[in-house]
Design a protein around this ligand. Sequence first.
Ligand code: SF4
Length: 380
Amino acid sequence: MNKYGYLELKAELLINGINATPKALKEVGTKYKEQNHGLFGWDFEDHTNIALPDDFALPDGTIVQFRRSSRSNYLVDQKDGKLILNDGKKELCQIRWLDRPKYYSQETSSGNRMVKIGQVGGEDCQFFCYQNYCSHFSTNEQCLFCNLVSTSNTYDSVLKKKDTDDIGEVAKAAFGEGNVKHILLTGGCFNHQKEIELVSNIVKTIREHTGFDRVPGTILPSPPKNLEEIQKYYESGIKAIGFSMEIWSEKLYQAICPGKSKNVSHDAFVKSIQNAIKVFGEGNVYGVLVMGIEPKENFVEGVKTLAGMGANIVPFVWSPNPGSKLEGHRAPTSKWYIDTIKEAADIVKEAKVPCGTENHCYRCDGNSLLHDALRLKGIE
Ligand code: SF4
């Protein structure tokens, strides 16, 4: 396998999807971590009657999101007690499902199942969505790649609104098990003041339950209006902040995200990131993009601008998932992803953006390639 072998394999698996035999899936949901659809669904097909893994590890530790597709040639089977990935013709490598956190079987003191409140992304990222709601669906102006409502209707697997104390208890349980290292906190579209208040209360509660002075991890709120609002997020005690700007090219952003772009312009996102860097520091601010919908040159321009400002970038590999307006479309080839991500990694390395792995690392999620490409350049 060449240096980029597992990165190339990950790109292939993310754009083509994967399948697994019943034997390979036997202990998913008991011994191994299953999908719980905390916000979006990333599989190419829904699967209400079967527990599937959230993600898995390749031999070099690369985390890959499991995106089910019964048409994919990639298959995981169990052989002599080992999980083996093949491409329909030959065996590729051994893989590893990730352990199911113990708290997934526990309840909060108010009687809610903890797994319905927060889920672990990858191996070490505790994910909370404080409100699974987005107003853009009611006006049919949702982002074209988003399947939030359909995921919630299909699986109904998490509580849509979470109690702040419940979140604190789940964070305590998750960090207490020893694997979780960071928090990722996000929510729907909100009134600014209410969101600042809610996020501040949640972070404060997490600090009380876990004993952290400042919580390692990232919040992804709606972009604050000014420096003062960003300061309030900083004062909550979270170490990093990010903004989901989705698409870099302004015109494409307006077309792909019709509702969101009416509320928050491209320039407002850039301004928020600039302001946030003043408060949180370089490397502790993230621009979150969807990768594969806009042309390479636009995406790379976005990476160049953001990295030049001192921001990190999390680009999610687009999944044309069920329930989104782009369901059934196809993502670019894995070669396109690899060429583009290598260029992006060179730019980020050259810009010397502090890696911020204390708040988000390659083990956090299986649907971005950038942290893996940076790791291959010695940045992790
Ligand atoms: S803003 Fe866009 S991506 Fe976010 S939940 Fe709404 S429709 Fe989905």
